[in-house]
Design a binder for this molecule. Structure first.
Ligand SMILES: NC(=O)c1ccc[n+]([C@@H]2O[C@H](COP(=O)([O-])OP(=O)(O)OC[C@H]3O[C@@H](n4cnc5c(N)ncnc54)[C@H](O)[C@@H]3O)[C@@H](O)[C@H]2O)c1
Length: 353
């Protein structure tokens, strides 16, 4: 592996991954390609440039744009419309086109170069109804999964790759699952070397958090910048739970995966922080209050949106076994890191976030 292209390379994951690989001194020639559609992605450009990472303006929906890329051995596809609400109440093309058609164009570009392919999929491939059928208890500050789960691939530790896939999952989740299927066809019919990481919530510095994507940085920034918040759904108590993975822990996993490219056979891995690195919105509020020393008004909307889920925890046993990988960050170190980044770059970030 000498030459790497990262699509969505000015986004949160893509740019952090590029910087991490460069800081490791891997000697890789890295090109980040992005349409800069996401507000705030342009802020990654000086950072990429400082690290000697090339940038190519490219829209994954346009196959001719790929001709501007240098030759490459590995493509990491991080370009997406990443909101689970995308395409609802508006044209679904808004999410289908970058996420599915765009990934097809990435696959074609990789096939033509005989390059390997790493895909950032999502825990949102798991169907909403099935995830919400998991047995749970309601405690003081969060919902928790019980040890009495009936569905395959589920336990108190969360959801593994054997969880059922039948049912609706949001347009966003459907684009990710459809892309996974296509990637496995490229592996089967073209001998492409590919690996798929189904990620839970990824977070860390340089995430341009919005209410529908990047909720952890969004929540911390609203506390720091004194803006109001909402607990949406599930009675408006803020007890929904997610696991968190620091983007640098994802990068560490990808470094390990890149050492075994010859063995990439389209395998799928759940990737996240797991139960020990999880929290509810209500708990997140307490963490934010402690760090910022501020409280903000939080209103409650009891009604649950069609795409919301009560609890998602990644059971990462498979990826941990295959790659001997464990996240290094805890909830506390993740939130400390985000808080320090917001304070350090306040002038730049306050108008944006
Ligand atoms: N952040 C998370 O919590 C999370 C969780 C699971 C999966 N993922 C996946 O990881 C990948 C990266 O997510 P992220 O958090 O960095 O999101 P992001 O929005 O920060 O980055 C996505 C980047 O893709 C770019 N982009 C969008 N449409 C494009 C197009 N048509 N052509 C070229 N570039 C385009 C955007 O400008 C942006 O820079 C996505 O595939 C996302 O679905 C993210």
């Amino acid at each position: 592996m000498q030459r790497l292209v990262i699509t969505g390379g000015a986004g949160f994951v893509g740019s952090n991954l590029a910087v991490h690989l460069q800081e490791l001194g891997t000697g890789l020639q890295i090109t980040c390609a992005d349409s800069l559609k996401r507000r705030g992605s342009e802020l990654a450009l000086p950072r990429l440039s400082r690290h000697g990472i090339a940038f190519c303006h490219l829209d994954v929906r346009c196959p001719e744009d790929f001709e501007r890329l240098p030759a490459f051995d590995l493509l990491i596809d991080c370009a997406a419309e990443p909101s689970v609400h995308a395409g609802i109440g508006e044209s679904p093309l808004h999410v289908l086109s970058p996420n599915l058609i765009g990934t097809i164009h990435c696959l074609e570009a990789a096939r033509k170069q005989n390059a390997a392919f790493l895909f950032l999929s999502s825990s949102r491939v798991y169907p909403i109804t099935a995830v919400n059928q998991l047995d749970f208890i309601e405690a003081e500050s969060r919902f928790s999964l019980t040890g009495q789960q009936k569905l395959s691939g589920s336990s108190a530790a969360g959801i593994n790759e054997d969880f059922p896939l039948t049912g609706a999952r949001s347009l966003y989740g459907a684009t990710k699952l459809a892309a996974e299927l296509l990637i496995q066809e490229y592996v089967y019919s073209h001998g492409m070397r590919a690996v798929i990481n189904r990620c839970g919530i990824l977070t860390g510095p340089w995430q341009m958090g919005k209410v529908d994507q990047g909720v952890v940085t969004y929540w911390m920034s609203r506390h720091l910048f004194q803006r109001e918040l909402l607990y949406l759904g599930y009675g408006g108590t803020g007890k929904q739970v997610r696991d968190l993975l620091h983007v640098s822990d994802l990068a560490a996993l990808i470094v390990k995966q890149m050492q075994h490219v010859a063995g990439w056979d389209g395998q799928i891995f759940n990737v996240g922080g797991g139960l020990c690195c999880s929290l509810s919105l209500k708990e997140l509020t307490e963490h934010c209050q402690r760090r910022t020393g501020q409280q903000v008004p939080i209103s409650a909307v009891p009604e649950t949106a069609a795409t919301d889920i009560r609890i998602y925890l990644s059971d990462c046993s498979r990826v941990q076994t295959v790659y001997d990988w464990r996240p290094a960050h805890t909830v506390d170190t993740i939130l400390d890191d985000i808080y320090s980044w917001l304070v350090e770059h306040r002038a730049l970030l306050e108008p944006m976030l």
